[in-house]
Design a protein around this ligand. Structure first.
Ligand code: FMN
Length: 163
C-alpha cells in the first residue's frame, strides 16, 4: 500500500511496524512524581552522554516533565510487563498506586529510578522543546545504573513481545 498523503492512520499503521524498546520515563519535583510508559526514547550522543524522550504535552499530568528539571529513562525487561501496563494508564491506578508496584530510588537528579531496571539513565533536563503534540525532553546523563540482564520488553505490532 502506498499513501502519498501519509494520513494519520497510515502513519500509525507504519509506526506499528517499528519495534520499540519499552521504557518508563520518570520525573519528580516538589513532592510530586510522574512516570510514563514510553517507547519514544533514544540516545543522542555518548560525548557528553545525552538522551531524549518524547512525552505528550496534551496530557496535563505530563507538565511536571517540563517543569522539574530532571528525568530518568528506566529500561524495561520482560519481567516488567505489568509495570508497563500500570504506567500506561491500564487499570486506572493513581500515581501513588503505580509507583507502589515497584521499588524506586531517588537519583542524583531527583528523578525516581526503578530498582531492577535493565538500565537507568538519570538526567538533568537541558531543554523541553515543543514539537507538534509532544515535548522532546533532552537530557544530559549524569548517572547510569546497570541492573540484572533480562530479555528486553519490546512493543511491536500493537503488542508486547521480546527477542
Ligand atoms: C508501549 C507504549 C508506548 C508508549 N509510548 C509513549 C511515548 O513514547 N510517549 C508518550 O507520551 N506516551 C506514550 N505512551 C502512552 C502513555 O504511556 C500513556 O498515555 C500515559 O502513561 C497515560 O497516563 P495517564 O493515565 O496518567 O494519563 C505509550 C504507551 C504504551 C503502551
Amino acid at each position: 500500500m502506498h499513501d502519498e498523503n501519509s494520513s494519520p492512520k497510515t502513519y500509525r499503521d507504519a509506526m506499528a511496524r517499528y519495534a520499540g524498546h519499552v521504557q518508563i520515563v520518570t520525573t519528580a519535583a516538589g513532592g510530586m512524581m510522574r512516570g510514563v510508559t514510553a517507547t519514544a526514547c533514544t540516545s543522542v550522543s555518548d560525548a557528553p552522554p545525552t538522551v531524549l524522550a518524547c512525552v505528550n504535552r496534551h496530557n496535563p499530568r505530563n507538565g511536571l516533565f517540563a517543569e522539574a528539571g530532571n528525568f530518568a529513562i528506566n529500561t524495561l525487561g520482560t519481567r516488567h510487563r505489568a509495570l508497563a501496563d500500570a504506567f500506561s494508564g491500564l487499570g486506572g491506578l493513581s500515581t501513588e498506586q503505580r509507583f507502589a508496584e515497584a521499588t524506586w530510588d531517588l537519583s542524583g537528579s531527583g528523578a525516581p529510578v526503578l530498582v531492577g531496571a535493565l538500565a537507568s539513565f538519570d538526567c538533568r533536563l537541558i531543554e523541553a522543546r515543543e514539537v507538534a503534540s509532544h515535548w522532546i525532553l533532552i537530557g544530559e546523563v549524569i548517572g547510569v545504573r546497570l541492573g540484572d540482564a533480562d530479555k528486553p520488553l519490546i512493543y511491536f505490532d500493537r503488542g508486547y513481545c521480546s527477542m
